[in-house]
Design a protein around this ligand. Sequence first.
Ligand code: SF4
Ligand code: FES
Length: 249
Amino acid sequence: MNITLRVWRQKSRDDEGRMVTYQVEDVSPDMSFLEMLDVLNEKLTLDGHEPVAFDHDCREGICGACGVVINGVAHGPETTTTCQLHMRSFKDGDVIDVEPWRAKAFPVIKDLVVDRGAFDRIIQAGGYISAPTGTAPDAHAMPVPKADADRAFDAATCIGCGACVAACPNASGMLFTAAKVTHLGMLPQGQPERAARVVKMVNQHDEEDFGGCTNIGECAAVCPKGIPLDTISQLNRDLLGSLASGNPK
Ligand code: SF4
Ligand code: FES
């Protein structure tokens, strides 16, 4: 396959940035999207040009490092991570636009790489427990209703990629925050901080300049881990309960 790429190039946070067009030839349909970018970068390097900066680590869909907007859709045309998207999802001769996540809370560092430190600070604000959980057998000794365990596990599959923010017209980070709140809040070990956690994490979310959730649902539509929209309902229930208790410390 021969592909025309239009890639966002931006030297630094302060640079204005612009789309640059490249031709990539002999692309195998079995290449991942990142492998196709590797081919482009190898050519750019051999030609003496600066390669395109993009984030990646595991390339197996589990670390959450990768993520670009492809033809206007976070992670591209399949509901998966950018590293697990394959070129067979495109056609020979396609023109593909590649851009970084666009959100005030995720400033561009270089080209397609954004600073997602805001997610780390939301986790630091409340994404932990203080209960000693012991070794694995001790933890298993505490019975957890199956439905709660399943909901906690499903929420815990959030990999922090940020696609939900990139897809949201409000650039809200509420699906990510709700996944973290739900993951810990459904388990007995997460109860001591449950009321305070949701308030602290939502406050941090708002301080980071993410937008508010208006139930549009674009976040859940692109989430590679299928985090459902009703985790945000769970967050709202916890938040209202905590504020109503009058002492969310
Ligand atoms: S909720 Fe989904 S889209 Fe958002 S950070 Fe987690 S895995 Fe990524
Ligand atoms: S590189 Fe780890 S999820 Fe894509």
